[in-house]
Design a protein around this ligand. Structure first.
Ligand code: SF4
Length: 373
C-alpha cells in the first residue's frame, strides 16, 4: 500500500472486514521484521462502549490482532491513555479490552501510568510516554468523530493518548493545534486503521453515534485527516493542526493526488451537515480548557437545552459561561471547574462530570430565578 492510498470497506462484520482490509493493504509487507514489537493504539478516551460513538470498536482491534498473528507477528501490545478525568483501567474494562487481551494473549499498556521523557518534536519540546520508543511499528486505530474544540478528531489527534496527563493539560494551555501538529513529528504512525463505524459527530466522548459501518486503512495521518474533513463537510483550514502538521512534513493534504478505493460495496450515504454543538458553543467562553472539561460541559448544556432551561440560564447571566485554564485567578459570574474557583458561582471539580455540571447549573437557575432583581 502506498502512502497516498486510502482504502475503505463497508459492512457490519467488523472483524472480518478489518482482516480483509489489511490483506488488501498488505500490512504484513510494511512491518520491518517478524519479531517487531507492534504497538496498537485505539481511542479509549473514556469508559464507554463503542456503540456510544467515542471509542474504538474492540472487534476492529480483534481483526488487527488476528491478522498479525496469522502472519507470524506475536510481539504485540495495546497501548492507550484515556483523557484527563477518566482512568484507562476502567476504559479497558468497559470498552471490552480486558476480554480482548485475555482472548488473544496481547498485553494492555496503560499510558497514564507509563514513565515519560521530553522529546524534541520539530522544535517543540513535548513529554512522550516511554512505551512509544519501544515500538518498532505503530498501528493507530482512531475513531472518526467530532470534537468540541478542534471540530474533528481522527488520526493526528489520537496520538494524544500516548502523552502523560500533565502534558495533555499543557497541550490545552498551548492552544491544542500547535502541539498536536508537533506531536505528529514526535510519534511516527506507521499504519492507520480508522474506525468510522458510528463516531459521534459532535462530542469526543460520544452520546450521539452516527452509524456508517465503514473502516478505512491509510499510511498518512495528514491525508487521512484531510479526507475526514471532506467527509464531515469541513474545510481542513478550519482545523489548523492539519495544515500545520503538513508544513512540518508529517504528511500530505493533497487529496487530488490521493488514490481512494472502496473494497466491495460502497455506501452512497453522506454524513449529515448539522452539528448540535455550534449553537451550544455560543453560550460558552472557553480559554485553554481541557478536552474532558469542555467535553462534559457541552452535553450538560444540551440536556439543559432539551428541558428548555438553557435560555433561562443565559437570561440570568451577564456574561457567557466561562471554562478553561485561562480563567485561573480571575473573577466572573459563572464558571466551570477548579480553574474558575474565583468566580461568583463555580461548578467544582477538575474536571467536573457532565452530571455535576448539569445539576449545578440547574440549581443555579432555580435559586437565582427566585431572587428579586
Ligand atoms: S478545571 Fe481547569 S485544569 Fe481542571 S479539567 Fe477543567 S480546564 Fe482542565
Amino acid at each position: 500500500m502506498r502512502k497516498n492510498e486510502i482504502l475503505q470497506i463497508y459492512g457490519t462484520d467488523y472483524k472480518k472486514n478489518t482482516f480483509r482490509l489489511l490483506e488488501e493493504a498488505d500490512l504484513a509487507g510494511l512491518i520491518p521484521a517478524p519479531g517487531a514489537r507492534i504497538g496498537i493504539k485505539p481511542n479509549l478516551v473514556s469508559a464507554s462502549e463503542a456503540s456510544w460513538g467515542a471509542t474504538t470498536h474492540p472487534e476492529v482491534v480483534a481483526g488487527i490482532i488476528e491478522y498479525l498473528q496469522a502472519h507470524g507477528f506475536n510481539n504485540l501490545v495495546i497501548a492507550e491513555g484515556s483523557w484527563v478525568g477518566d482512568t484507562t483501567s476502567e476504559a479497558f474494562e468497559v470498552c471490552g479490552y480486558n476480554a480482548l487481551s485475555a482472548r488473544y494473549g496481547v498485553p494492555l499498556l496503560d499510558a497514564q501510568k507509563d514513565k515519560f521523557h521530553k522529546k524534541d518534536c520539530a522544535g517543540l519540546q513535548l513529554r512522550i510516554c516511554n512505551c512509544v520508543d519501544t515500538f518498532d511499528f505503530l498501528i493507530n486505530v482512531p475513531v472518526l468523530k467530532g470534537h468540541c474544540q478542534t471540530r474533528m478528531t481522527c488520526a493526528l489527534k489520537n496520538m494524544k493518548g500516548l502523552i502523560p496527563n500533565s502534558e495533555k493539560r499543557h497541550f490545552h494551555s498551548m492552544g491544542l493545534h500547535k502541539p498536536i501538529a508537533h506531536l505528529s513529528a514526535g510519534i511516527r504512525q506507521d499504519f492507520i486503521l480508522v474506525d468510522h463505524i458510528c463516531g459521534d459527530l459532535d462530542f469526543e466522548d460520544g452520546g450521539n453515534p452516527v452509524v456508517r459501518n465503514c473502516l478505512m486503512a491509510a499510511r498518512d495521518p495528514v491525508l487521512t485527516d484531510t479526507l475526514v474533513c471532506r467527509l464531515m463537510h469541513l474545510d481542513p483550514a478550519d482545523v489548523p493542526y492539519i495544515p500545520m502538521a503538513a508544513a512540518l512534513g508529517s504528511g500530505s493534504m493533497d487529496l487530488e493526488s490521493a488514490r481512494i478505493r472502496v473494497i466491495g460495496q460502497s455506501s452512497p450515504e453522506a454524513l449529515p451537515r448539522e452539528r448540535k454543538i455550534v449553537a451550544l458553543q455560543d453560550a460558552v467562553e472557553e480559554v485553554e480548557s481541557c478536552s474532558a472539561c469542555y467535553g462534559y460541559l457541552i452535553p450538560a448544556l444540551q440536556m439543559l437545552k432539551e428541558e428548555g432551561l438553557l435560555d433561562r440560564l443565559m437570561a440570568l447571566l451577564p456574561d457567557k459561561i466561562c471554562i478553561g485554564q485561562g480563567f485561573r485567578g480571575k473573577t466572573g459570574a459563572v464558571g466551570i471547574g477548579r480553574c474558575t474557583s474565583g468566580f461568583d458561582f463555580s461548578v467544582p471539580g477538575c474536571p467536573p462530570t457532565e452530571d455535576r455540571i448539569y445539576r449545578s447549573l440547574k440549581e443555579y437557575i432555580l435559586t437565582h430565578e427566585d431572587r428579586p432583581s
